[in-house]
Each structure stands twice: as C-alpha cells, then as structure tokens.
Design a protein around this ligand. Sequence first.
Ligand code: CUA
Length: 369
Amino acid sequence: MRDSSAERPSPRRRTRLVPMAGFSLLALLLAACGGDATRTPQNALNPAGRYAQEPHDLITIVLIIAAVVFVLVHFLIIYSVVKYRQRKDDDGSLPVQIHGNTRLEIFWTIIPALILAGIAVPTVQMIFSQMDEPDDAFVVEVIGHRWWFEYYYPEHDIYTANEMAIPVGRPVRLQMTASDPARDPAQGVIHSFWVPRLAGKQDLIPGQMTYLNMLADEPGRYYGQCAEYCGLSHANMRIRVEALDDAAFDAWLEAQQAPAEVPADELAARGRELFGDLGERQACAACHQVWEGDGGRTPGTGPDLTHLMSREEFAGAIHDMTPENLREWLRDPNSMKSMQYEVNGIGMPDLDLTDEELDALVAYLLTLE
Ligand code: CUA
C-alpha cells in the first residue's frame, strides 16, 4: 500500500489558493466597471450606435452560452475530482477500466454542433446587416497613410485628417482604402479602422476598397485607433470622430468647403510665402494642400491644412493643436513622433528651419481656421 499523504496539497499551499482565487474573482468584477465613457473612451462594451450595438448583443449571447458551458464542465470536473479522490482506506487497486461509449460520444458531439449552429444563425444574419449599404448613408472616404487617417467627403469636396466629423443619427458609410504606392512609394501597407463605440473593425488595403458602416446616436466625441500593425509609428495613429447634430454638422461642412483666407498680418503673410517656397529645401506645399479657391482640391502626400485650426489635434491626433506644439513639430518632428522617419525615410521632414522661419510659419498656420 502506497503512502498517499505525500501527494495531498500541504495546508500552506491550500491557504495560498484562497487569495489567488479571490484576486481572480476581483479582476473579473473590475472588468465589468468599464462603462464610463470618459475613463474608457474606447470600450466596445459601451456601444453608442446600432453598428456597435449589434456585435455587442451577439457577444452577450455567446458569452452567456459559453458561461453556462463553462460552469457545467467545471462543476463536473470538480464533482469528479472530489467524489473520486484517493481516500485513506483505498486499497490502491485500479478502478474498473472502460473504453468508449458510443451513445455518450454521439451525445457530446451533437450538443456542441447544435450550439455552434445556433450561434452561427445570428452571426451570419448580423454580418449581412452590418455590411448592407444603408439607403440614406452619408459617404466618407477614408485613406490610411503612414501614420494618419485622411478623410474625404466626396459630396462636398472636403479633405481633412485625423479628426472626422459625422452627422448624428444618420448612418455613415465609410469607403476605405490605404494609400497606395502610386501616390506615395513609401506607402502600401494595411491599416485597420476601429472606433469601438461606433462600429466594428475593418482593414484598409492598398488598391482595394473595403466598407464599414457607423452610426452615432448621440452627439459627442468618439475615439479610435489603427488596429493593424503598420510600422513603427502604428501606436501613434489615432482616430477622433466628432458626431455633430444637424445644425453643427451643416456649419462644419460649410466652413470646411470655404477656401483658406490669405492672411493680412505681415508675419503670417511671410509664413504663407515660406509655406510655398523654402528655397533649396522642400516647401511645405509640396506635400500639404492649403486650398485658396483656385482650381479643384488635390490632396498631397501629407494632411490637408486648409482648415487646420478647426482640428484640435495633429500628427495622427496625438498632439494638442497649440502654437508651442506646432512650433516644436516644425522644428524637430522626430522629437514629437519618434522613430518613424529615419527608418522609413518618409513623413514630415526636418527642414532645418530658423527661428524666424518657425515664427512666420506658425503664425501662418494659426490663421488657417
Ligand atoms: Cu496604421 Cu497601424
């Protein structure tokens, strides 16, 4: 007869299990506290419109089914472990050895198959309802660049970057692609557009169009970010959606459609000059468009700056739009969005601007309202 006492967990070990189980439960409980949109602005469990609500509801159903299966299976495991544990008076002989039970095996194959089939029905239904183009959709084109999102409003010929305005209560149809090598040889990577409170996740692929519907029930600010690793500055590629009520949205469209005003101020006028001509150095205008009303709007390789000051953030929506930040960005872009340039050789270059040039350029940018 074997000595079974050596195989039992020691009392010390058992007392350690209690706090561990406690912590696990606490973690589960705390995970349920994420409903506050100001503290967790990118919470898919706090949907703000139909296209985020549907996946959320589906996850809830799947979670309930999974929880029932989890509890059942673990109950059976614990029950068996306790009931058939080794006892003091065991004679050490093996239990009766069995192999196979056709009826049971059919049973536990059919049950999961039925569960999966049951989940498949609402899943497939939801995929179709999510992908369908809504009749009254407002269309916005989204182009993923390294490392910022560009938005084009085809009905109104508006270009903007990082921050996207949408109308409240109206489905928005995003037509998405990634900047392809034809427009910029250093581009051509896949990004993923994800604003968790407004919609699911969708890839942006060079040379291909993908679609995503989103809808915001309430006015407000919704955050998101690129969700597909796209290079060293992937984490600096943020999204901000401003859902505006009808009047505010119409005002936004009107303001964005207006051409940029030529500044009267002397310093800003000097900045405008430098923007278009930096002598030997590449001019800002080579990459950035400031549309003053001549001809059509044509995007450059960098963000459109026509109404730069209408945005609250820049550089992939990671920096506040303050004169100090803009000046530092122009002076030494690498210090503001590190790592990306030396490695990939693109993006905002360091133009070796003098203090005087910096002052003039910042003064000019501040006029682009
Ligand atoms: Cu774009 Cu990650």
